[in-house]
Design a protein. Structure first.
Length: 335
């Protein structure tokens, strides 16, 4: 057996995750095992299994043309620091309890250093129509080489400052720029903080006016593009100056809601009963928001009216031509 790829030493912060990769080749295909030795002088190597360390360890292995194995450890702690060893062997007696293997396990090692996560003080302030987002590392014991600000997986600001403080300014109202913003410190390893711009739901309707035919199913939809997501959605219908709450239990209404979207389905639309204004209301920890959707229900015969109008016009035109031809003087018959 021989290694094609060996695991690489890495630095990580507490609460982060780490992944080590190992690939070996041989004939027959070798088996791969993972072993660990901590930093404690009295600690010896121990084999790691899938689900170890309170199910924080995951091991995925494939044995096809050659052997590949990946070990990942989630929610790292200081006790996860140490030497990780990838062992490979294709000796038939490699796991025999009494026989010694003819060929020993080959080994490849990598160190994982888990560093205590520094605290980041993050805040949002407003000044003169601007939003100022800031992050400040309280214990910058890592060498900082620069900063990035990321929003919706896009880098919105980048610099090469070594300061433990970084800020990002946004022009506009809080409601227009809600969301999750990440401040990233370029260090080894990276330090990431999070600044949230949170607002009450800014509910909008997909369409302010919807149309449906009598007897069909009407679909009304509202969304919330702001952060955080809506925790409770509700639908109301106005009638005679009073709004009534619509519920699934009624039988004719089906309401499906997720964090930022809600949908109301009305079964077997009725012209008299279902025409009108509907209100979708969203609530989260910061307040409520609503939007209005007007529903118009048309008769099933409504689609025939344009056709009947065309037929009537043709009949009138034919009648006029017929009358004109009857009243016109006949031409003189030639000798």
């Amino acid at each position: 057996a021989g290694f094609i790829k060996s695991p690489l030493s890495q630095k990580r912060l507490t609460q982060d995750s780490v992944e080590l990769y190992c690939e070996a080749i041989g004939n027959p295909i070798p088996e791969i095992q993972w072993w660990f030795e901590g930093n404690d002088p009295n600690e010896t190597y121990a084999q790691l299994w899938d689900g170890a360390r309170q199910d924080r360890v995951k091991i995925n292995a494939t044995y096809n043309l050659h052997s590949t194995s990946t070990i990942s450890i989630a929610n790292l702690t200081g006790d996860d620091s140490g030497m990780y060893e990838c062992r490979a062997s294709n000796d038939p007696d490699r796991n025999h309890l009494s026989k010694s293997p003819k060929v020993k396990w080959i080994r490849s090692q990598a160190n994982v250093f888990v560093i205590e996560r520094p605290e980041i003080a993050a805040q949002v302030s407003e000044s003169s129509g601007k939003l100022i987002l800031s992050c400040n590392v309280s214990a910058p014991h890592l060498a900082i080489k620069g900063h990035k600000w990321i929003h919706k997986e896009k880098v919105v600001k980048e610099d090469e400052s070594t300061s433990p403080f970084t800020s990002y300014t946004i022009e506009g109202k809080r409601e227009e720029h809600s969301g999750i913003y990440e401040c990233v410190y370029e260090a080894n390893p990276q330090i990431r903080g999070q600044v949230n711009i949170s607002v009450a739901p800014q509910v909008t309707a997909y369409k302010q006016s919807e149309h449906g035919n009598e007897g069909d199913t009407g679909v009304l939809t509202c969304k919330n593009p702001s952060f955080p997501a809506v925790t409770t959605w509700s639908w109301y219908k106005s009638g005679h100056g009073v709004s009534s709450l619509l519920e699934n239990a009624s039988g004719r209404y089906i309401i499906k809601s997720s964090g930022n979207k809600t949908e109301l389905r009305i079964l077997k639309l009725d012209i008299e009963q279902d025409t009108g204004d509907y209100f979708c209301n969203g609530t989260n920890f910061y307040g409520t928001g609503d939007a209005t959707v007007n529903l118009r229900v048309r008769s099933r015969l409504a689609a025939l009216w344009p056709f009947l109008g065309i037929v009537a016009e043709v009949l009138v035109l034919v009648t006029i031509i017929f009358i004109y031809e009857k009243r016109r003087k006949p031409d003189e018959v030639p000798d």
